[in-house]
Design a protein around this ligand. Structure first.
Ligand SMILES: [Zn+2]
Length: 312
């Protein structure tokens, strides 16, 4: 079976946490070996830590996401550092900048300051950092240039920046991680950008429970109990152990695509295969080749001192 590494997800998210053990099992049955689980706010760092203790496949990351910058407590940074002291296997994330519809409500200079502090911490601890960026790639590049390079690596998660910026970020130590969101780019734009990413810097992720791939519904896994998904679709695959394929397409009366699902439909970590297939197609390489190289890249990046990958 192809081995796949989910380089960025949120299995601690309250929308799915009660189902996470089944989601991990189902995804593992399809070949997903590791899950880089990213905390986003002070309130969820504890759940990330618990998941890491309970599941050897979970690689924890702690960080303050830009959406939660305004809600941070006065001692958030001290608390963050305590999490790294008590969980030396953790990486940094999710951190970042956001000027999108939600992020623009949060003071941008505070976002930059909070990101700078956490990038400095990542450098100091020699750990990779998982970075979110929405409509702020210019600002991010400028900040990273002023602080870089980042020898332990920076994961530009769900990268949707320009092709032109890829070499600039690469020089600073960035890796480019792709989720279902890449399917929202025009195919020619996605191709142009993907071709700028060198094969030793490409990663795959689900960002689950967000970023449901815009694939044919019959090829997707859904989270059991997700009320946004119609009953008849649910019956098809929830915690099924079969590998994603289109074998259900013929037998099913439901032939449609994910574009018709409501945008709150939850993503399942086994849907990394849909991202793999799409990106491989854009790069005109086989799924096996992309699975192998992205897996090796993730293992290299996550083999920092203290990582669970080195404790096996
Ligand atoms: Zn995320």
């Amino acid at each position: 079976m192809m081995k796949v590494f989910d380089a960025h997800c949120h299995l601690q998210d309250p929308r799915i946490l009660s189902k996470t053990p089944q989601l991990i099992k189902a995804a593992q049955d399809t070949g997903v070996v590791n899950f880089a689980v990213n905390g986003v706010c002070e309130q969820d760092w504890g759940s990330v830590k618990q998941l890491s203790i309970a599941f050897p496949s979970v690689l924890p990351s702690f960080g303050l996401h830009p959406w939660y910058v305004a809600d941070r407590s006065p001692n958030w940074f001290k608390k963050l550092k305590e999490y790294f002291d008590s969980t030396p296997s953790a990486a940094v994330g999710e951190i970042g900048l956001d000027k999108g519809s939600h992020g623009k409500k949060i003071d941008f200079s505070e976002q930059v300051e909070v990101l700078r502090q956490q990038l400095e911490l990542a450098k100091e601890l020699n750990k990779p950092a998982s970075v979110h960026c929405v409509r702020a790639y210019g600002d991010l590049l400028e900040l990273m240039k002023s602080m870089g390079p980042f020898p332990a690596g920076v994961i530009l998660h769900s990268y949707l920046g320009s092709a032109e910026m890829v070499p600039e970020f690469s020089k600073l130590g960035a890796y480019f991680s792709f989720s279902g969101f890449i399917m929202s780019l025009k195919a020619n734009k996605a191709k142009k950008m993907l071709r700028m990413v060198s094969s030793d810097r490409i990663l795959l992720e689900t960002d689950a429970p967000d970023a449901l791939p815009k694939s044919n519904i019959n090829s997707l896994f859904f989270v059991e109990g997700d009320t946004s998904v119609a009953e008849e679709i649910h019956g098809q695959r929830t915690t099924s152990s079969s590998t994603p394929d289109s074998s259900l397409a013929n037998s099913s009366q439901v032939v449609t695509d994910a574009l018709m699902l409501p945008k709150e439909t939850l993503n399942h970590p086994a849907n990394i295969h849909n991202v793999l297939e799409y990106v491989a197609c854009m790069l005109e390489i086989t799924k096996e080749e992309l699975a192998e190289l992205s897996y090796q890249n993730a293992v290299r990046l996550f083999s920092y001192e203290g990582s669970k990958l080195l404790q096996k």
